[in-house]
Design a protein around this ligand. Structure first.
Ligand SMILES: [Zn+2]
Length: 255
């Protein structure tokens, strides 16, 4: 599970959209022999998966999980959205970088919005090692970004945007907080802000735990309402989260 969380912790959407710079990590994609690969598009009820025909296995898995992933997100989010998503599995590192930018090429998945609309970009090297459960979590995380993008201001804090996407993604998996956030420690003293540096993985897990804490106080519906209420604001007061209460919750939950 640590393997899963490490991969999932590097799924970023809004940071790219917001233009936040993050540390550039080496891109480890292997070159693809494109001369024998054609573009392939798989169609599901809830969207499409575009890929190279040479990555058909991963594209088929993503396509097979797409409808349930969209439905899972829609079931939690009581909002109006298109309830469909187009996924792209770039065939090469060049294509990947052209879509998400060099700073995000090591992410397992990135939700983008450009002239072609909103799409989820999947890093085929990162994603191909994921189990179906892990891949579903990744898809739900990115689909949550797609579904809520129009409701989210550019200034929404990342602990809120990423924490909520993870909370939706892990909803219903039955994983404990410790299992979903193995790096987490209970001695928190401030809301996470380092979503682009060396503390990135921990920041994601702390953000997720804030949502789990809110769920313990507000219930599931309350978490959704909290997100929708605050993600649309031009500024969110850090005091909206009772850090001492969050810390006590973590001490009780993970020791
Ligand atoms: Zn994200």
């Amino acid at each position: 599970m640590k393997h899963l969380r490490t991969l999932l912790a590097v799924t970023v959407a809004m940071t790219f959209l917001l233009g936040v710079s993050v540390a550039l990590r080496p891109v480890e994609l292997q070159p693809t022999a494109t001369t024998h690969c054609n573009e392939a598009v798989l169609t599901a009820a809830s969207g499409t998966v575009s890929s190279s025909s040479c990555d058909g296995a991963l594209a088929s898995r993503v396509s097979g999980l797409l409808d349930s992933s969209v439905r899972d997100v829609a079931d939690i989010l009581d909002i109006s959205w298109v309830r469909r998503v187009d996924v792209v599995v770039p065939a090469s590192d060049t294509e990947l970088v052209s879509l998400v930018g060099p700073a995000f090429a090591d992410m397992a998945g990135v939700a983008i919005r450009d002239g072609s609309g909103q799409r989820v970009i999947i890093n085929r090297v990162r994603a191909s090692t994921l189990s179906d459960v892990e891949l579903s979590v990744l898809l739900r995380h990115e689909i949550t970004h797609v579904a809520t993008r129009d409701l989210t201001t550019d200034s929404a804090p990342l602990w809120l945007v990423e924490g909520f996407a993870d909370w939706v993604a892990f909803h219903g998996t039955g994983l404990s907080l410790r299992q979903a956030a193995p790096l987490l420690k209970s001695d928190v003293s401030a809301l996470p802000v380092d979503f682009g540096g060396s503390g990135r993985d921990l920041a994601y897990q702390q953000a997720y735990s804030i949502m789990v804490y809110l769920q313990s106080r507000l219930g599931e519906r309350g978490v959704v309402d909290f997100f929708l209420r605050h993600a649309s604001l031009s500024a969110v007061d850090a005091g909206v989260i009772d850090v001492a209460g969050w810390r006590e919750f973590l001490k009780t939950s993970i020791g």
